[in-house]
Design a protein around this ligand. Sequence first.
Ligand code: MSP
Length: 647
Amino acid sequence: MPTYVTTPIYYVNAMPHLGHAYTTIVADAYSRFRRFCGDDVRFQTGTDEHGEKIAEAAAKAGETPRAYVDRIAAAFRETWPHLSVEPDYIIRTTDADHVKTVQDILQRVYDQDDIYFSEYSGLYCKGCERFLTEKELVEGKCPDHQVEPKSITEQNYFFRMSKYQEWLIDHIKANPDFITPERYRNEVLSFLSEPLEDLCISRPTSRLIWGIPLPFDPNFVTYVWFDALINYLTGIGYPDDPNFSFYWGASEHVIAKDILKPHAIYWPTMLRAMDLEPFQRLHVHGYWNVDATKMSKSLGNVVRPRELVEIYGVDTVRYFVLREMSFGLDASFSGDAILARHNADLANDLGNLFSRSLAMIDKYMEGQVPAREKASLLTPDDRELMSAVSAMVAEYREYMEAFAFHKALQAVWEVIGLLNRYIVANAPWELAKHPRQTERLRTVLAFLAEALWKITLVLGPIMPETAAKMATALGMGDRFASAVIDDAVIWGQIPAGTVVGQGGQLFPRVEKKVEAAVPAAAGQPAKKEAAPVQEEGLISFDQFKTMELRVAEIVAAEKVAKSDRLLKLTVKAPEERTIVAGIAQHYSPEALVGQKVIIVANLKPAKLMGIPSQGMVLAAKEQQANGTERLVVTTVAGPVAAGSRVA
Ligand code: MSP
């Protein structure tokens, strides 16, 4: 099956930042996932190089537009390999074939009388490169660029967009997947409930020359959005290339909400005027914010993805953005959040599990994956693991298809948690002490290797470099490149006797953290952060924010042997983790199971009585009349999902 995945083509008036990186990583991970499902995928990104903004940026940089766009387009192109992003094609709107196709399309639409000449007055936002309606303004300003749009009256060419309004409404209503998530579909339908105006598609050369000349009037250049959207067609060789006929019917555009209107309204109506099928799906995500403000060049608060890669490695960055943002909603970037994800989810949960498992195969099985016992001898633990792995693959598939990347990753991390518990429950180091337990030891280690192979496979699209390392260490390097999702379903793929390597450290812990540049008001340089003022007994909000408090559901509790103070708790927050709490004198284990408590989730892991503890349960200490203390664990007043952040 064909799949055609695109990102927006980025304006070359700014260097790539985390916002651009996010969309492109999403498109790359989704493309890899579809390939993993057996599809024939084409993935395209590119740069949008015409228009007023670009001409201005070039003038500011003291360069010709041509030299300027070449330089910045190269910076985008060079960024992608650092993020393990592998597009099949990178388009530039200054490419000769694109320019020709745009002109051919304009001529055709003009000839069929869908373009006419007229005068127009409107409110123009240069940042958006489009006229805004009064309704779109917030306190008189463009909400994205925080500037008042300019009132402009001009003679221009117009595309009869209004003619296609009814058709578009019907199409959106008949195709629930056309625009997702649903909130954006609703937003578009609500916008379409008012009469649609025609679209101004030209700029007079007296005002702008850096654009594609209109084929039917040399005094005008093409409006940048009419030019840019067509990239999705020229990149696959419209109209004559076989790639066009193969891929167009399977097109999926990924964008952020800032450019919803051009994609959900201008673009389908343009396609309709060209007698082409609309795109298949439009996937719309929210913004990466820093301190509740959209990360953007004009606001001066950008985070550079390559700097993050240098500190954490490429796969932490990919994992972080996909895990941290619920596709469709806004997310906040902070140095603390990526540090916590790196150290907890990756170094601790996945990295330790992997190196520990391979070390045990090395130590007890001379580095070879053992044969497992016959099915009749499997324990309930083994069966639970097998069914959890197949449930994980099913959920992963469903969530990846729906662009719910954070949920797909949660499903994988649930199995990682389960595997960590499987090791503790089966204690291979104990089995190894008793020759009669050798068979059991073989099964446990074979199961571990097999489950890690499944995890490797499903992580491939998200963290390609790490998954390749894991596959090689598991002795499955050759199988990895050609693996398909069904390989993650069928149990027993690693042949007995496969030689495993050392797990190594997949994710070395990072102590340092990076903060985004301090946000500055538009146009002003970023301010230096003032030294924190210490007032006795008070902490700053930033200090408070370093503490990650979460709601955790206690799913299991037991006494710690040889301790009358400690309880070992298994909690979900939302991934499972173990916390050793000093509350045994105040609670019986049974009384705690099912309770939702508040934990400090980013406390450095520690070992208590030999048990690794990842976090701390908060409890109130009540002073008793007899001088002793009573501990009461903190709970939440109403129903709330485990893992919710407390702030
Ligand atoms: N050139 C147009 C797009 C034309 S597509 C036919 C454009 N370019 S842009 O450089 O401004 O890129 C906008 C896109 O970059 C967003 O839609 C999103 O994909 C990404 N992002 C830029 N800043 C972002 C955030 N702060 N957060 C999330 N994504 C962001 O618009």
